[in-house]
Write a protein that binds this ligand. Structure first.
Ligand code: GDP
Ligand code: IMO
Ligand code: MG
Length: 424
């Protein structure tokens, strides 16, 4: 019987813990398929005392028997991709057999990275705070119909195509008054491309169609988060792809009527890395405490993450835009020991109360905070404290979606399933 594709994505500003949850549920799936973003993502998995960080490779790779597919919506930097493969080799995991790459995925060139840096430098204080991995310029070339795709590597004139696009970029860099990417970067890139060419390049839309027709279970893995979505995030402080559930359809070539459950991952508080509005941001000792306790430093760039209280209108917005059917709450253990925990239930915008995310979040916007009783230590093997159960129930009621997975620590084992969730 034909199966449906489930979707798992970030419901906040990224770094919600998507990688951890994908690793936890991967044994229930045959295929894990990344649908957008690129090496701007950093997904951390911890098990058996070891930490692994993935950027482009899907987070199902550590589960035997799972096929991991990099979809057409993803942008790939061959150099970073190869480093990821080598890091997995180093822990005794050869992913070459279980890893598939869509021919339609676009390539990040060294000059895309240089353009990203040049664009950010020109923006000065209004910079986006990009990870500088070349994401924006690569998606610009995709929509501008100039991009180089993985499938182009199989064509006899792939080098000419690479040189033509590089030349175009060099002219742009000249306009910015910036130097071209260094020659070593180009050599490294060309060497990495040789390795990528030897991997399993597929027409992934057909692969997934076949898998679903044969009743295989497919999970689409998102990167970044809803509030970083190019259309519905806090524009212009966003990434350059559709991070929302609709992005799983375009980023994998799976039709909307074949989507099953949609799981939104969120932290019991909020974080954001890079510039842009963040209504519940805590610029005080409490924010610092959360950053320390939650090790809130970027997995890709090492930058400190900005921390703040849980923003319910923003979460509600994510539920609406994505059609989220279930939620996974992460990192509540980080708030353990606080007498009181605050939640944002609305905003005051220009003196008026609203419970909706406004169009312009950058203006005069103040969060309306409501206190909730805090909780003590959270342990997977013990019943959850009553005050924490009340916190869970409050979120479920406010956003209208059940929380079916609770993560109480970074390790794979520190996870509580509240109902049969991902299995349908
Ligand atoms: P992703 O980008 O959504 O996959 O998330 P990241 O891996 O960038 O960031 C999440 C961070 O929180 C990582 O360092 C995880 O190891 C860690 N983490 C995940 N879940 C939990 C949790 O429930 N509690 C704690 N304390 N840490 C967690
Ligand atoms: P994961 O998948 C958190 C942020 C950057 C910057 C903005 C644009 O780990 O959740 P870009 O490099 O895309 O041009 O940056 O988006 N950003 C992320 N923040 N988690 C991520 O990915 C992110 N990927 C990009 O910090 O503000
Ligand atoms: Mg991350």
């Amino acid at each position: 019987m034909a199966a449906r594709m489930d979707v798992l994505l970030g419901a906040q500003w990224g770094d919600e813990g998507k990688g951890k949850v994908v690793d936890v549920v991967a044994p229930e799936y045959n295929v894990i398929a990344r649908f957008q973003g690129g090496p701007n993502a950093g997904h951390t998995l911890i098990f058996e005392g070891k930490k692994h960080v993935l950027h482009t490779i899907p987070s199902g790779v550590f589960r035997e028997g799972t096929t991991n597919l990099v979809g057409n919506g993803v942008v790939i930097d061959p150099v970073i991709f190869l480093k990821e493969i080598k890091a997995l080799d180093a822990v005794g995991l050869d992913v070459r057999k279980s890893l598939l790459i869509s021919r339609r995925a676009h390539l990040i060139l060294p000059t895309h990275r240089a353009l990203d840096a040049a664009s950010e430098a020109e923006k000065g204080t209004s910079k986006i705070g990009s990870t500088l991995k070349g994401i924006g310029p690569t998606y610009m070339d995709k929509t501008g119909r100039n991009g180089l795709r993985i499938g182009d590597l199989e064509l006899p004139d792939s080098m000419d195509r690479f040189l033509a696009l590089t030349k175009k970029h060099e002219r742009l860099l000249e306009q910015y008054g910036k130097p071209d990417a260094p020659a070593e970067a180009r050599e490294e890139w060309l060497a990495a491309v040789e390795v990528i060419r030897g991997l399993q390049l597929v027409d992934s839309e057909h692969y997934l169609d076949n898998a679903l027709r044969n009743g295989q279970r497919v999970l689409a893995e998102g990167a970044q988060g809803t509030l970083l979505d190019i259309d519905f995030g806090t524009y212009p402080f966003v990434t350059s792809s559709n991070t929302i559930s609709a992005g799983a359809c375009t980023g994998l070539g799976v039709a909307p009527n074949r989507i099953g459950t949609i799981t939104g991952i969120f932290k019991a508080y909020c974080t954001r890395v890079g510039s842009g509005p963040f209504p519940t941001e805590l610029l005080d000792d409490t924010g610092e405490m959360i950053r320390k306790a939650g090790h809130e430093f970027g997995s890709t760039t090492g930058r400190p993450r900005r921390c703040g209280w849980l923003d319910l209108p923003a979460l509600h917005y994510a539920v609406m835009i994505n059609g989220i059917t279930e939620l996974a709450m992460m990192k509540a253990d980080v708030l353990s020991g606080m007498d009181t925990v605050q939640v944002c239930t609305g905003y005051t915008v220009n003196g008026k109360r609203t419970d909706r995310m406004p169009y312009d979040v950058s203006g005069e916007i103040k969060p309306i905070l409501e206190p909730m009783e805090g909780w003590g230590e959270l342990r997977t093997e013990a019943p959850l404290p009553a005050s924490f159960e009340r916190y869970i129930a409050m979120v479920e009621e406010r956003v209208g979606v059940p929380i079916t997975l609770i993560s109480l620590g970074p390790d794979r084992a520190e996870t509580v399933r509240r109902q049969p969730t991902f299995a349908r």
